[in-house]
Design a protein around this ligand. Sequence first.
Ligand SMILES: N[C@@H](CCC(=O)N[C@@H](CS)C(=O)NCC(=O)O)C(=O)O
Length: 242
Amino acid sequence: MRYEFYYWPNIQGRGEFVRLALEAARAEYIDVARGDEAKGQGVPALLAIMNGDGIEQPPYAPPFLKAGKRIVAQTSNILLYLGPRLDLAPASGKARQFVHQLQLTMMDLVKDVHDTHHPISSTLYYEEQKDAARLAAAKFIEVRLPKYLGYFEKVLQRNPASGKWLVGTSCTYADLSLFQIVEGLRYAFPNAMAREEANYPRIASLAAKVRTRKSIAAYLASPRRIAFNEMGVFRRYSELDS
Ligand SMILES: N[C@@H](CCC(=O)N[C@@H](CS)C(=O)NCC(=O)O)C(=O)O
């Protein structure tokens, strides 16, 4: 299967969780919106699907994935679809559902991170909501960040199979996503993370293990990996990092 992946071309954003799964499995895929408009790719190709012209089940927003004639949207839903196909999900239904549950929880965290710089509305510029952003970020760092990281640390600790991966004995897409979250938090909140991270040794070791997997290390060193920047979900604004 040659997948067509659709996401905004200049940011990691939510699309990065899908890119990491495709890359970890060395799946064959095209990152369509980063492709050549002259060849029918680029952002116009993404917008055409978003507009839903002639599409029976149109997506609301990127990321989305085209697999043959099928179009799958919503980050967690895309990973639910790809997981077993890329050998990044457990075999048992119960374990697979827990991986999905963890992914949904991570996407809640991502929304909380987004709301640190856009607490009022994503239709306003950051500069128009800076005061609210300071308060949102302070509360995120003080309350939400330790709550989420504490939860994932506990899941790792309670995994009877290994304690190294979130579920079972091998790496799933949820582990890849937790790696991405750690990377993003380190980028956006370097001071807060420098203080907090020592409390979550299992998460830190999981992130290090994902980072050094051959396929992931190759991807991270390649031009396919977009650098973090102030247009994505994880943004570095020093005034928001206590
Ligand atoms: N819950 C969705 C959120 C999708 C989403 O918010 N996509 C953003 C980019 S990360 C977007 O382009 N949204 C356009 C919009 O909401 O109008 C997911 O996880 O995929």
